[in-house]
Design a protein around this ligand. Sequence first.
Ligand SMILES: Cc1ncc(COP(=O)(O)O)c(C=O)c1O
Length: 485
Amino acid sequence: MSLKSRLVGTAKRQVKQTLRPVLQRAMAPARTQIPAAYWGLESRHGQGLCLEGVPLKELTRRWGSPLHVVHMAALKRNVERFTAVPAGRTAGCEVFYSYKTNPIPGVLGALHGLGVGAEIISAYELWLALKLGVAPERIVYNGPVKSEASVREAISRGIQLLAANHAEELGTFARIAAEVGRKPRVALRVSTDSGWSAQFGTPITGGAALRAYAQARASSHLDVVGLHAHRGALIRTEGELTGFVEAVLAFTDTLYQELGLDLEVLDLGGSLCTPSAEHIDERDWRLNLTFFRDLPAPDPHAALGISRYVALAVELVEAHYARRGRQRPRIFLEPGRAMTGDTQLLLGRVHTLKEGEDRTWAVLDMGVNHAECVRNEYHQLFHVDRPDAPASRVYTVVGPICTPGDTLYHAKRLPDLEVGDTLAIMDAGAYFVPFANSFSYPQPAIIALEDGHERLLRRAETFEDQVALDVPTGEAPASEKPAAA
Ligand SMILES: Cc1ncc(COP(=O)(O)O)c(C=O)c1O
């Protein structure tokens, strides 16, 4: 590096360091922390943060660190909110949990025990749902890739709803249905202008979705009963939900008028937010990175909650059909993050504190290998041992996997850390587990905390697990050996 670029680099660093305290104060966000009580955590003298009376730091001592914890009471609370019949209505929504969001059999089993069905998007998930004892009429099958074998199985078993992701799947469904001799209950996934499209769904705008429905209805092998629409773009406000549902409802009118199709099922997908987690805004991200300005914390109470979401969805659909003098369809919901996001947390420990020129690096035993979402979403971080100490020091919180991408928090103000302290990343119940990997480190154990009792749901990976599928060097299994010439 030339002398000139070294001098420029030093000058830039000095400007940033001088500006940091000024900007941190001048541009401080209104909220930088969500209170621990929001998740039912309480701080007890000498014990640190506790959940249901159990000190979190004791959990890592007993079960190892890192550790993924499922709070069963929070899960039950969310299920009750999703499945409750809204006040003044005779029926609510039927709920199918999005398996891919948090595919822990212990969690899925608990959801099914509470009356929630399975929303699956792969042959594996179909297999898992059946293995967990889910009745076929409690399974909705979505997703852009469905193996023929899984479609055959789904049709043979008579699952609740088989949703074509795109019109091209309809031919396969019809052919397999004819072979099996059973008519599947079919929906077509449509996309609205406000949500995901691309490889997902057939667009309403432009008429492609209507043509696909006409094609599906022309097949004598398919029972076209439903419409599937998953917004994808998150729903945080009543306005976002209303806009989405109204676009879908307008299309149900088109189906009725053009094809005489009166839908039995309206599947509104997932996409409701986890109130305490939020996508990090680009500008906030840059200010955090450059000037160590705190990331603003979302206000969970300002976000659309589960109960209001369900009530509003029912209200919109009922009012629409009432105006037309027709019976409203059954409403299916496929929540992922809103159901499980805020019911889990990830615990890890400080392994090293490395002093740098302008910051302290807190190197943890957990990183993006276990908490990928923290890269681009706000997730509250708690100092478990001393939660009430003043958060006076800025740390760059990184993980163990030896790559610069393994940065969980670029600039996070925390109470003073010591090696061995436990930290908790909140809202680990959506898209943490399915995106977790075994990059150089085994994956953590998963436990459930229920009425103050701990129960193992998944043991931690071992080194042996990490090589269990590999063929020992030099030994190819018989089936893989090349045939003798
Ligand atoms: C078809 C479908 N349904 C439901 C979900 C769950 O979404 P979320 O976790 O945003 O509620 C997804 C996730 O992408 C999905 O693709």
